[in-house]
Ligand binder design. Structure first.
Ligand code: ADP
Ligand code: MG
Length: 238
């Protein structure tokens, strides 16, 4: 097994059952998300061929393959460090607009999670900060036919459902439904950011590829949350 600093240091920072539950959830989420994006890379590229330059699945598939490989090496890791690891890898391996944007999402969420409790609400708040980072970096907001049309309603719903007292599996399922509605709404939009914006009204009628890859990630969180790892105490999942 390869040894490097990311493989040893984060695991040493897991000091409680809550830390372990958070770490296992984030590991499972990133693993599932990477697998789903890799499996959908042809479809994502086809979507991008319609309104962009036809590389979204190739770009992101390459990045997620690197993330997947590293996750296989790093069995345990503090959840914030796992997110930052994913962010760094995506920035260094994915070209185009989506690499720095997804990189920002995971890097900023990881940074925020380092100072947050290792609870689902802590994760939801950290993801909100990551999504805000995407908007800042892309100078973009909801309604412009981008990944934010999925991510913003999804993370808002995630936080709201958790704060209403629902457990993570329920909240993440609702978040995925909100993300799906947001993603579907991109079909009717003209793009105001990214390459699709060059098409004007000709982008109308097509889903935004980044909104679809973001939905795969959010759905992966729901899948990971629905399969709690054996070491997760019930009281840390709320
Ligand atoms: P590129 O457009 O450079 O080829 P990709 O094809 O990998 O990059 O990614 C395209 C996706 O990136 C779009 O579908 C959109 O969701 C997202 N995107 C592009 N620009 C922005 C932006 N300014 N803000 C948010 N998301 C963006
Ligand atoms: Mg592209």
């Amino acid at each position: 097994m390869p040894t490097n600093s990311t493989a040893t240091t984060p695991a040493a920072r897991i000091t409680s059952a809550t830390d372990r539950a958070s770490s296992e959830l984030v590991h499972a989420w990133l693993t599932t998300g990477a697998d789903r994006i890799i499996a959908a890379s042809v479809q994502l590229t086809e979507l991008d061929a319609r309104i962009g330059d036809g590389d979204h699945g190739i770009n992101l598939g390459r990045g997620m393959t690197a993330v997947r490989q590293r996750l296989g090496e790093v069995r345990a890791g503090a959840s914030d460090e796992l997110l930052r690891m994913a962010g760094r890898l995506l920035i260094s391996t994915v070209g185009g607009a989506s690499g720095p944007l997804y990189g920002t999402l995971f890097l900023e969420a990881g940074q925020a999670l380092a100072d947050a409790p290792g609870t689902p609400v802590g994760l939801a708040d950290a993801l909100s900060i990551g999504v805000a980072g995407v908007g800042r970096r892309g100078r973009s907001t909801v309604g412009q036919k981008t990944m934010l049309d999925t991510l913003v309603p999804a993370v808002e719903t995630l936080g709201a459902e958790l704060r209403a007292g629902h457990d993570l599996a329920h909240a993440a399922t609702r978040a995925a439904a909100a993300g799906s509605a947001g993603c579907e709404a991109t079909r009717a939009m003209a793009a105001q950011r990214g390459r699709a914006s060059y098409l004007g009204d000709r982008a109308i009628g097509h889903l935004d590829p980044g909104a679809v890859s973001s939905l795969l990630l959010i759905e992966a969180l729901a899948l990971a949350a629905a399969q709690p790892p054996a070491s997760t105490p019930a009281d840390t999942r709320r």
